[in-house]
Design a protein around this ligand. Structure first.
Ligand SMILES: [Zn+2]
Length: 215
């Protein structure tokens, strides 16, 4: 109910700091960070890690404005692995899982950017764990919103993915690959603040529509 009220009131802004026990907690996971830059824009050379964080921040703002509780796995450019010795990537992943478990996440949204040797490939794709029906439903909702973006050239379906981040909790979890940094046009778009905000809003709308149907 709280969700509906938040939306209907035109996103009446609440104080982000106060945890509202009546509202779901969404973990927003900006992929990569620190020495792990992820992939890189084909033209802009921007690191994926930075774009992930920018979109994650917009997403947090949108969820908070609607009254949701949000936990970010990272809030700055640093990675979560501690030191950079061998095995840092797994330590980074485990830390993310710990954050998800500690806050009793009701939903996990990981934000990433894609890269493909085929430069024509573009568009957002949402991944989910095959065995989780709820994750599939959430993925489909977000995918529809991404497909509805005016910049979307070719709508696609959500896909199964066998990834660590999709198995951190029983709660619905998705990885959103917002677009392809290997496509010059999409690389430019993903570096544009207004597009980053629009992508975040598409993810947010999909998530809210999932909550509205499942609570
Ligand atoms: Zn990534």
């Amino acid at each position: 109910m709280g969700i509906c009220i938040g939306i209907c009131a035109g996103f009446a802004v609440k104080q982000a700091s106060a945890v509202n026990p009546n509202m779901p907690t969404v973990v927003i996971d900006a992929g990569h960070g620190g020495i792990d830059n992820g992939v890189q824009g084909i033209g802009t050379k921007t690191d994926e890690a930075d774009i992930n964080l920018a979109i994650a921040r917009f997403l947090k703002g949108q969820f908070n404005a609607a009254g949701f509780n949000c936990v970010m796995t990272r809030t700055n450019e640093a990675g979560l692995y501690g030191d950079t010795s061998k095995g840092f990537k797994m330590r980074d992943m485990k830390k993310r899982k710990e954050i998800i478990e500690n806050c009793n996440a009701d939903m996990v949204i990981s934000v990433h950017q894609n890269f493909c040797p085929l430069p024509s490939k573009r568009g957002g794709i949402v991944f989910f764990e095959k065995s989780s029906a709820a994750s599939g439903a959430l993925a489909n909702k977000i995918q529809s919103e991404l497909n509805a973006l005016p910049q979307c050239k070719k709508p696609t379906g959500a896909m199964y993915g066998d990834y660590y981040m999709l198995k951190c909790t029983q709660s619905p979890s998705v990885i959103v690959e917002c677009g392809f940094l290997s496509n010059a046009e999409e690389d430019k778009l993903l570096n544009d603040e207004s597009y980053q905000r629009a992508v975040a809003y598409a993810i947010f709308k999909g998530a809210v529509s999932f909550f509205a149907q499942n609570n």
